[in-house]
Design a protein around this ligand. Structure first.
Ligand code: ADP
Ligand code: 5GP
Length: 186
């Protein structure tokens, strides 16, 4: 059986990583998506169990207590974490899996699975463009927009440790670059 790879995509919020991850998943029918757990409110269009497992803080803390999470972070005041079950769903059966996690989560996954993980950091063309994309997505209020932008300098710094960096200016070009990286590393 071939061994699956863990394709980990991170970026500051609003850079387009979810859009890129979905485009890549559409091209690789056998690649799985790691559905994370979170305590943030569900957005319009999201589906529980497909986009995230939406948990209460108590439920999330119970998962931490029972050791069910491979990694977790508190981001913008909410918990986000990768479920150990999700990783095993892929690795135990030789499937590759895509992760959409923050920079710290990505580096944790690489620490746990140094030989199996491929870390791809998506960069914005500029902070101004990033801000515009977040505003246009219409999912944030002024407070959560600020929280997301405040984290960008730390994320850009940590992103320099990733295996690959891709600028998401033209979406098709960025998807093609990520696709090339995935093909070379599966
Ligand atoms: P993230 O998952 O990194 O927070 P999203 O994938 O939700 O980002 O993208 C943020 C917004 O920017 C979305 O509205 C998306 O449609 C848009 N977007 C993504 N990539 C591009 C691009 N290259 N050019 C213009 N808009 C983009
Ligand atoms: P959003 O609220 O925009 O869906 O996600 C906010 C941030 O949390 C993004 O950077 C996203 O990649 C990150 N994230 C999502 N799931 C996980 C996870 O399981 N672990 C970690 N560490 N970060 C996650």
């Amino acid at each position: 059986m071939t061994k699956g790879k863990l394709i980990v995509i991170s970026a500051p919020s609003g850079c387009g990583k979810t859009t890129i991850a979905k485009a890549i998943l559409a091209k690789y029918p056998t690649m799985l998506f790691s559905v994370s757990a979170t305590t943030r409110p569900i957005r319009i269009g999201e589906v529980n169990g497909r986009d995230y497992f939406f948990l209460t803080r108590q439920e999330f803390e119970d998962r931490i207590g029972t050791g069910g999470l491979a990694e977790w972070e508190e981001i913008y005041g909410n918990y986000y974490g990768t479920l150990k079950n999700e990783i095993h769903r892929a690795l135990d059966h030789g499937y590759s899996m895509m992760f959409d996690v923050d920079v710290k989560g990505a580096l944790s996954i690489r620490r746990h699975f140094p030989k199996d993980s491929v870390l791809i950091f998506i960069k914005p063309p500029s902070i101004e463009v990033l801000k515009k994309r977040l505003e246009n997505r219409k999912t944030e209020n002024p407070e959560t927009l600020k929280q997301r932008l405040d984290r960008v300098p730390m994320e850009l710094e940590q992103g320099s440790q990733f295996d690959f960096q891709v600028v998401n200016d033209d979406l098709n070009k960025a998807v093609a670059e990520v696709d090339e990286i995935v093909q070379q590393n599966l």
